[in-house]
Design a protein around this ligand. Structure first.
Ligand code: PEP
Ligand code: MG
Length: 870
């Protein structure tokens, strides 16, 4: 079996085996672009490495040796040969790009002898020892896992001793000293000398990249981006080219279109006399790509041509890395560039208009989850006008964020745990360790680094507003203060605001408003609606949510949780009266009070949804959610119920449950207190009659929750129908209505043939179905599931993505059993999974009629449904 491929052997369609980077390096090679040659150790070799107990098998070692020999023959250089050394980079490359999450080693192949020889060849001692010290440092960090800081400290000591500010001011002699000190430092940590054998260096580096697939930040990134842990990473071994040989060399990163706005214009930055890590790390501030035309016009022209070729070839916006070595251009990478949602839509629509791709192809170019970014707030204009700009940085990732500032990712996580709502992360610069905090923060502000710095790239991917490179601000990370140029100080927890579209930083809280949707979004979503077959409804309990969802394109309400209509004070009082009442009479009295709220709420929902269906689910709260807890709450309730305080307190105690989620809830409430179902039926039917009198044509859908046995459903349905029919008859109108059920208990799925006899529709309540199938408490599982991710037991949260094998199988069983009994049965899903793109795809596959999700996820579900249909 082939595990190692030279760049000449691969192509862009081999990303599963070669990873994205490897496949594209091969593709660029095949279309004749200038690519330093090399080979790719496949993702399958990575999987084998793990299967073999973290060892590279002799077979794979031999293949690596072979490809290395080929590379040596091709370049005419030899690894470890002081008279003509081959030096390589060793870089990770998974199927999906995971920027900065895995490891890289550059300048591999250097040792004492090679450094001496290489100096003679290049006649550039400074460059050689700069490369050597970088190599030792990277090897120590990436391969050996020694603390980076101990090397950085030594480097800073030397700079201080020599009295220089910038790395570039160190002389060759200084750097030789650094190398000697680094080797000592290495020996101190390792107990042995820095390895001088380049073959050993190479094999160790390859293993280190394999290992980095499972470092904490890569695991977190995969979980956030739905990338399976089983894929593994490939390793690219590539001949080094040097951007740091002097003033005719440089390195940069560029996009064929603007990744923030989508504008069709080359966008990027570069640094002369530098290696790639310098650009990304944001230590020196890079120059805009257009100015390369002034410095090296020929290279610039050639680069522009390459950009055109690549875009034409891949038919998508490209994100490229290049290096210029002594005036000669080399392409080190190309990939479909990460972009903001706004840019993604513009690019998708533009590419269709330019005739580059079809509408169906365009639909696949936008990640459903990205649409979220477009739906988030902007600053309110008047409030913005009064606000003071305290500094301006780079507009790295659009959107508006206002919040309290925190100076480390840990502090962000802590504040979030403590319930702080709006959070901004302020850093000198971010690093991959910060990813968890960055994910929580609503906005990110960095002091250093350009548009391609870690903070910018990651924030854009996450859709988080980000202003970076805001150099006029001073940060004291230790003291946790931020200082503006005119001396104003902001401490941890103070409010600031960020505008990721202008780069402005404000020293106060600014009101935000909901975004307007138009233009490219409308066009794009209409293409999505044209192809999808799955309907998209929303989960909404208030008219406000329902209207919002309509704006986002919802085609009905799939779930109205009626217990959510009682959060307001007067309502909750009467609700509590109802559940704590000891007699039917007392309960009916309380229900009388509740009826008007419900009726008017339902009317509003029907009106908001116009022609679209509305599913109203009957009460389902675990009672404990509504029980009064304190004596102050119990006292007035007792009075209004005509009970003594002690009697009510005893009643409350008796209603408490050990396991409320599996307790007295769902249809069990209606079984014990049929008067509740009667009241709710009355509210629904009367509301429908009322709006229909005003000209609507509502067919209400009543949904009974938590059914496990046909007889439970039958009992409650009889109560509903008896009540409804009497009201309809009395009103002298025609009103069709439907009674259906949720499938949230495994037994209901397994006996769906029986249940379908009574239920006119099913809605899969996958929150409870997941809870009951796994036996994981939906309220508590998060506490231990983290361990499942870090230990690779689970890749993702089963409460977020449907567990296809288990929960999904139950859904399939239910469908298979129900269809023959009731061929036209409407099938939906209304658990949280209904707004998860992967689950939407699954729902399309198993033939559901609709998915129902929270209002803000409606556009995402529409797109996911379209992608499933393409
Ligand atoms: C469910 O269980 O999936 C559901 C939608 O109901 P709830 O979340 O209200 O229990
Ligand atoms: Mg439920």
């Amino acid at each position: 079996k082939q595990y190692v491929y030279s760049f000449k052997e691969g192509n862009k369609d081999m990303r599963v085996i070669l990873g994205g980077k490897g496949a594209n390096l091969a593709e660029m090679t095949s279309i004749g672009l200038p690519v330093p040659q090399g080979f790719t150790v496949s993702t399958e070799a990575c999987t084998a490495y793990y299967e073999d107990g973290k060892q590279i098998s002799p077979e794979i070692c031999a293949q690596i040796d072979n490809k290395l020999a080929e590379l040596e023959a091709e370049t005419g250089k030899k690894l470890g040969d002081p008279t003509n050394p081959l030096l390589v980079s060793v870089r990770s490359g998974a199927r999906e790009s995971m920027p900065g999450m895995m490891d890289t080693v550059l300048n591999l192949g250097l040792n004492d002898e090679v450094a001496t020889g290489f100096t003679k060849i290049t006649n550039n001692e400074r460059f050689v020892y700069d490369s050597y010290r970088r190599f030792i440092q990277m090897f120590a960090d990436v391969v050996m896992g020694f603390p980076k800081s101990s090397f950085e400290r030594k480097f800073d000591d030397i700079k201080e001793e020599k009295g220089v500010e910038f790395d570039t001011d160190l002389t060759a002699e200084d750097l030789k000293e650094v190398v000697a000190i680094y080797k000592e430092e290495y020996k101190k940590h390792a107990g042995v000398e820095f390895p001088q054998d380049p073959k050993v260096q190479l094999m160790e580096a390859i293993k280190a990249v394999f290992r980095s697939w499972n470092n904490d930040r890569a695991i977190t990134y995969r979980r956030l981006n739905d990338i399976p842990g089983s894929w593994g990473t490939a390793v690219n071994v590539q001949q080094m080219v040097y951007g740091n040989t002097g003033d005719t060399s440089g390195t940069g990163v560029a996009f064929t279109r603007n990744p923030a706005t989508g504008e069709k214009k080359l966008f990027g930055e570069y640094l002369m006399n530098a290696q790639g890590e310098d650009v990304v790390a944001g230590i020196r501030t890079p120059q805009p790509i257009a100015t390369l035309n002034d410095v090296m016009p020929e290279c610039y022209e050639q680069f522009c041509k390459v950009c055109d070729i690549l875009e034409e070839h891949y038919r998508d916006m490209q994100d490229m890395e290049f290096t210029i070595e002594n005036g000669k251009l080399f392409m080190l990478q190309t990939r479909n560039g990460k972009r903001t949602a706004q840019a993604a839509l513009k690019i998708a629509v533009d590419l269709v208009n330019e005739g580059m791709i079809t509408k169906e192809q365009a639909l696949l170019k936008v990640e459903p989850r990205q649409l979220d970014q477009l739906l988030h707030p902007n600053f309110e204009e008047t409030s913005l006008k009064c606000a003071q700009v305290v500094a301006t940085g780079l507009a790295a990732s659009p959107g508006a964020a206002t919040g309290r500032i925190y100076f480390t990712a840990e502090d962000v996580i802590e504040a979030h745990k403590n319930g702080v709502q709006d959070i901004l992360l302020v850093r000198l610069e971010t690093s991959p360790e910060d990813i968890e905090g960055m994910n929580i923060a609503h906005g990110i502000l960095t002091i250093r680094g350009g548009m391609t710095s870690h903070a910018a790239v990651v924030a854009r991917g996450m859709g988080t507003c980000c202003v970076c490179g805001c150099g006029s601000l001073r940060v004291d990370e230790e003291a946790k203060v931020l200082m503006t140029p005119d001396g104003k100080k902001y401490h941890e927890g103070d409010y600031m605001s960020l505008d990721g579209s202008t780069g402005n930083v404000y020293g106060e809280r600014i009101k935000t408003v909901e975004p307007e949707i138009s233009g490219d979004f409308e066009t794009f979503m209409s293409w999505a609606d044209d192809v999808r077959t799955l309907k998209v409804r929303t989960n909404a309990d208030t008219p406000r949510d329902a209207l919002q969802a309509r704006k986002f394109g919802a085609e009905g309400i799939g779930l109205c949780r009626t217990e959510h209509m009682f959060f307001e004070e007067e309502r909750i009082f009467n609700f509590r009266r109802m559940i704590t009442a000891e007699t039917v009479e007392a309960r009916k009295e309380a229900l009388e009070k509740i009826l008007p709220y419900q009726r008017s709420d339902f009317k509003e929902l029907f009106k908001a949804m116009e022609i679209y269906p509305v599913t109203i689910r009957f009460l389902d709260p675990p009672l404990h959610e509504f029980l009064p807890h304190t004596d102050e709450e119990i006292r007035p309730l007792a009075e209004s119920l005509g009970m003594t305080f002690d009697a009510l307190k005893a009643r409350v105690e008796s209603l408490k449950e050990f396991n409320p989620m599996m307790g007295h809830r769902g249809c069990r409430l209606a079984v014990t207190y049929p008067e509740i179902a009667e009241m709710q039926t009355r509210a629904v039917i009367e509301a429908a009659i009322a709006v229909n009198k005003e000209g609507q044509n509502v067919v209400p859908e009543i949904m009974i929750p938590l059914v496990g046995d046909i007889k439970e459903l039958k009992y409650v349905k009889d109560v509903v129908c008896k009540t409804a029919d009497a009201i309809i008859e009395e009103a002298g109108v025609e009103l069709p209505y439907k009674v259906g059920t949720m499938i949230e208990i495994p037994r209901a799925a397994l006996t769906a043939d029986e249940i379908a006899k009574e239920a006119e529709f099913f809605s899969f309540g996958t929150n409870d179905l997941t809870q009951m199938t796994y036996g994981f408490s939906r309220d508590d599982a998060a506490k231990f599931l983290n361990e499942y991710y870090t230990k690779n037991i689970f890749e993702s949260d089963p409460f977020a993505h449907i567990d296809e094998n288990g929960v999904g199988q139950l859904m399939q069983i239910a469908i298979n059993k129900a269809k023959p009994v009731r061929p036209d049965i409407k099938l939906g899903i209304c658990g949280e999974h209904g707004g998860d793109p992967r689950t939407v795809e699954f729902c399309h596959r198993i033939g559901l009629t609709y998915v129902s999700c929270s209002p803000y996820r409606v556009p995402l579900a529409r797109l996911a449904a379209a992608q499933a249909a393409v």
